[in-house]
Write a protein that binds this ligand. Sequence first.
Ligand code: ADP
Ligand code: 3PG
Ligand code: MG
Length: 399
Amino acid sequence: MGKRSLRDLKDLASKRVLIRVDFNVPLNEDGSISNDRRIRAALPTIRYVLDAGAIAICMSHLGRPKGDPKQDAIYRMDRVGQRLSKLLAKPVKKLDQVVGPDVVAAVHAAQPGAVILLENLRFHPGEQKGDEAFAAELAKLGDVYVNDAFGTCHRTDASMYAVPKLMTGKPRVVGFLVAKELEILERLLTSPARPFVGVLGGAKVSDKIGFIKRLLERVDRVLIGGAMTYTFLRALGHNIGNSRVEADKLDVARELLNLGQGKITLPMDHLIADRLDASATTRVVEGPIPDGWIGVDIGPKTIEQYAAAVGQAGMVVWNGPMGKFEDEPFSRGTRAMAEAMARSSAVTVVGGGETAEAVEAFGLDEKMTHVSTGGGAFLEYVEGTPFKALSILDEASER
Ligand code: ADP
Ligand code: 3PG
Ligand code: MG
C-alpha cells in the first residue's frame, strides 16, 4: 500500500501547507551553496502548493550545527532562501526564527501563493531530540503536512515524526519527490528488470554492510570498485600495498564474498599512485599492489569489463565512486561508469551523496532514470529499515 500523496488532496486553496523539505545542501567553506540539487528536487511540490492557491511553509535542517551561534552562522537558511526564491522566480519570506510569536505572526499574515522558509530547524535543540513541545509549535502552523524530505526520512527528528504525529486529523501526505523516490526504490527491490546489476564502490565496506547484503539477494551481479575493493582483496589474502583498508572488517568482507558467490566481481586491474594526491606518480597494475603504492581507481581492463556489464543490464543501481574521483587523474573509472550508465538503455538508479555529486559533475545526471537525493536514506531504505517518518503519514486508502 502506497502513501497518500499531495496530489490526492482537494481544496488546498488558502490552506497553510507545512512542507518538510531536505534543503541540507552541501556548502563551500564560505557558506555558499556548492550544489542546489536538493532545492531543485523540491520545486514540483512547492509549485503545486502555490498553484493550488495555498501558502507554502517550508522547513528544513542545514548541516549539523553545534549550538554555538557564532560558529553556526554558516548554517543560517538565508542563502537557501535566496536560491529558492531565484528558482521559483518569486519572493521567499525567510524567517530568522524556527518557532515563536514572530513565526506565528508571519504565517498568519501570509497570503495565498506566498512562500515562507523557517530558520534552520536544528538551531532549536528540540529538533533532533524529537521533542513534542517543540513539535507542537511547528504543527500548529499548518493545516496540511507534507513530507518531501526524502534525504531525511531515515531520521526521527521532531519535524519528521512528532510534527505529523501531532497533526492527527489533518492530511499528512508525501510530496512528489518522496513519492518518486519510493516508487523507483520499490521497483528496484521488488520487480527489477534483468539482468539487474549493482555497482558498488565508495569509501568503506562497513558503511554499507546491510545495503550490500540486501542487494546481493536481489541482483544478478555486483561489480565492486572504490576503496572498499581493498578490504575485499585483503580478505582474500591479496597484497594491497598501502591502499585504504578496513583491517577490522575482513571477516565481514569474507562473509559478504561468501554470500555473493558467483555474483561478486572484483577489479582485475587498478590505477595505483605513490601518494593520495592529484600530482602523484601513477601506473596501472594487474594482480598484487606493490608496497608503498595506493589503489586510487579501477584500471582500464576493469573499466571495459564493467562498462560492458552495464551495457547489457536491464537495471543498474549504483552507489559509491569507483575511485578517489575528486582528483581528476583518479576520476576515470567513476566517469566511465557514469558514461556507461548514461548510454545504457537499462533503468539506471544512482544513490549516495558523493556518487550523485560525481554524476552531476560529469553533467550526466539528466541521462539517468533516477538520481536519488538520499545519501543515508537511500542506503537504509534499500537495506530494509522501516522509516518511522513515513509510517506516521496517511496511507493512500485514507481519502
Ligand atoms: P557515497 O557518498 O556515494 O555513498 P561514499 O561516501 O561511500 O560514497 O564514498 C565516497 C568517497 O570514497 C569519495 O570521497 C572518494 O574519494 C572515496 N574513494 C573512493 N575510492 C577511493 C580509493 N580508492 N581511495 C581513497 N578514497 C576513495
Ligand atoms: C542527509 O544529508 O543525509 C540528510 O539531510 C540528513 O542529514 P544528517 O545526516 O545530518 O541527519
Ligand atoms: Mg558519502
